[in-house]
Ligand binder design. Structure first.
Ligand SMILES: Nc1ncnc2c1ncn2[C@@H]1O[C@H](COP(=O)(O)OP(=O)(O)OP(=O)(O)O)[C@@H](O)[C@H]1O
Length: 570
């Protein structure tokens, strides 16, 4: 039950307490209605207005207090009024619960997104994508269900408590009998409850594993299909799907069994109670009828506590997984300072820089200067560390030794957000969105005009093909740009980097998918952009060496200045 409280009150106290008060009021009003039935049963039974029970006294007292006569019409009116009021409070409570659940679901997703975009790059790249997609979708959904069920469980619990209080007024033996029935009903479902908890854990685990393999497979499906190895994906899916099936089966079974056991058990206990009440305690018909009614409501409330508690048991794993993930991402938040930014373009210098990934030394004591307003090209064999240099300049990785300066400011004292706004970065694998060309280039930035997008496309040698597409800038390019060729995708990525008028342009194998002529034209455009901006080109293509003002080579962890004549070896 601790989890039920912790989950429901995780978003704060005020609104949650208000929800409980409103729904509790609905329960109390309902009890008033049930109590009012008490004397009516007596009247219908021909006893006249009964006065042999404490509940009769309370009702008489309450009606006298508001100046109403004790007639069957008034009593029926009170029951009707109580039913309407109970419905009104119940509906208001449900609206509050609905709003609270919706706020919870959106809130947790927004917190995740916010934490993710602020996380350190080295943490971010080490995470499987499926972990975040699962968190955003199924986990957030299931956590919302856990949150809602925790609320409904507490409401049912308070209703059961109010009804139990009424049971005390009916009679002590009746109250003890009600407690016994509630306990037996609760204990009887213990085994299924444990089963449900286990199934909840299993479902969450296998769901995530399935998502992992689906994400991996779908990103690589082209090569696997071309080599006819896609059947291997089917096998991986089948294993996870089968485990998910078994967990779902266990969950459904435990839920249905719990529901099914409730009714016959309640009937048996009720019949036993009625027999004892009639034979040994000499209860009259009125008390027995009233008690049966009350007991049914108590059993319903306990049933609702049980059903919602079970839902919490099934879905709380997602709630805690989300909370843990959120805490983990927040602990990996990138420490950004709002320092200064020198006038740009400025020389960018790596002095005595060493860098290692966990367990892997990439460069040692490297020295390199990118002159302001010039084109610097970095060449070197695959895996030598070229992209790592670009990532350090973008502040995504910090050197393990040595310093990087922009002008005379060390990079760790730069206003990093402002510095990155001055960068245009074209990575090796640019991700394009399933959206229009316009939005892919502007990235939805409202400050960027359509005319600027067009200019960037012209500079990236992309306007020629874009202008011929149906809808031009408004052409939707498909999932990850699948409706375009590799070279067209690359040119869109270049336009995306150029549109922000960056002071430092980083091109990481930016023209590798283009033919020699187009690549040369882009290199020429890049040369024309120098002066007001610095350009860093990382490449295996000789044409960028020819276009460069300075060329560096990284090999075996060492950086050396290379003469443009080395272009053939790039
Ligand atoms: N996030 C990472 N964690 C661990 N090792 C990494 C990571 N990123 C890159 N590496 C390793 O660091 C080395 C340098 O990688 P980098 O991407 O800088 O090479 P590169 O010269 O750009 O290669 P390529 O020309 O093939 O793109 C490689 O051996 C790579 O395996």
């Amino acid at each position: 039950m601790r989890d039920v409280f912790r989950i429901f009150f995780s978003t704060g106290w005020r609104q949650q307490v208000l929800i409980l008060i409103v729904l509790l009021t609905s329960g109390i009003v309902e009890v008033v209605g049930i109590a009012t039935l008490w004397p009516i049963i007596g009247i219908i039974g021909g006893e006249g207005m009964p006065n042999d029970h404490i509940i009769d006294d309370y009702i008489r007292w309450a009606l006298e207090a508001v100046g109403l006569p004790l007639t069957i019409e008034v009593l029926l009116g009170v029951i009707l009024g109580a039913a309407i009021l109970s419905f009104a409070f119940g509906t208001a409570g449900s609206v509050f619960v609905g709003r609270s659940v919706a706020n919870f679901g959106t809130g947790i997703r927004l917190q995740l997104i916010d934490a993710l975009v602020r996380a350190r790059w080295s943490y971010f790249v080490a995470q499987p994508v499926a972990r975040f997609t699962a968190a955003m979708n199924s986990d957030a959904e299931r956590a919302s269900v856990a949150f809602k069920s925790a609320g409904m469980c507490l409401v049912a619990l308070t209703q059961a408590a109010v009804l139990m209080v009424m049971a005390i007024f009916v009679s002590w033996p009746f109250f003890l009998g009600a407690v016994a029935i509630a306990t037996v009903l609760w204990l009887a479902v213990g085994r299924y409850m444990r089963m449900a908890k286990k199934a909840g854990r299993g479902k969450s685990k296998h769901n995530l594993a399935l998502l992992h393999s689906v994400t991996d497979a779908l990103t690589n499906v082209k090569a696997l299909k071309a080599m006819n190895r896609h059947t291997f994906i089917g096998h991986t899916f089948a294993v996870h799907i089968d485990r998910l099936r078994r967990a779902t089966q266990a969950e459904t079974y435990s839920t249905s069994a719990m529901r099914a056991i409730q009714e016959p058990l309640f009937i048996s206990l009720l019949l036993g109670g009625l027999y004892i009440g009639h034979t040994f305690l000499g209860m009259d018909l009125r008390v027995m009828l009233g008690s049966t009614l009350l007991l049914k409501r108590i059993a319903d409330a306990i049933g609702s506590v049980r059903a919602n508690y079970q839902r919490v048991a099934l879905d709380r794993i997602s709630y805690w997984q989300l909370q843990n993930l959120l805490a983990e991402i927040r602990a990996n938040r990138e420490a950004l300072i709002s320092g200064n930014l020198p006038p740009l373009p400025a020389d960018i210098t790596l002095a005595n820089v060493s860098f290692s990934y966990p367990g892997k030394q990439v460069m040692q004591h490297a020295n390199l200067t990118m002159d302001a307003g010039r084109l610097t090209t970095v060449i070197g064999p695959s895996g030598a560390g070229k992209t790592t240099i670009a990532d350090m300049v973008a502040g995504l990785h910090a050197p393990t030794e040595g310093t990087i300066t922009v002008g005379s400011t060390p990079i760790d004292q730069l206003d990093m957000a402002a510095w990155r706004r001055q960068l245009g970065y074209i990575p090796q694998d640019s991700i394009l969105f399933n959206d229009t060309i316009l939005n892919n280039v502007s990235l939805g930035d409202p400050r960027i005009q359509e005319s600027e997008v067009r200019e960037a496309l012209v500079a990236a040698d992309a306007w020629g093909f874009v202008s011929k597409l149906p809808g031009g800038l408004n052409f939707s390019i498909g999932v990850r740009g699948s409706l375009l060729s590799g070279g067209q995708r690359q040119r869109l990525a270049i336009a995306r980097a150029l549109v922000g008028q960056p002071r430092l342009l980083i091109l990481d194998e930016a023209t590798s998918a283009l033919d020699q002529k187009t690549a040369q034209e882009i290199a020429k455009s890049a040369q024309a952009l120098t002066g007001s901006r610095t350009i860093l080109a990382i490449t295996h293509q000789a044409l960028w060496v020819d276009a460069a003002d300075a060329v560096y080579e990284i090999r075996d962890g060492k950086v050396t200045m290379a003469a443009p004549a080395l272009s053939g070896s790039a």
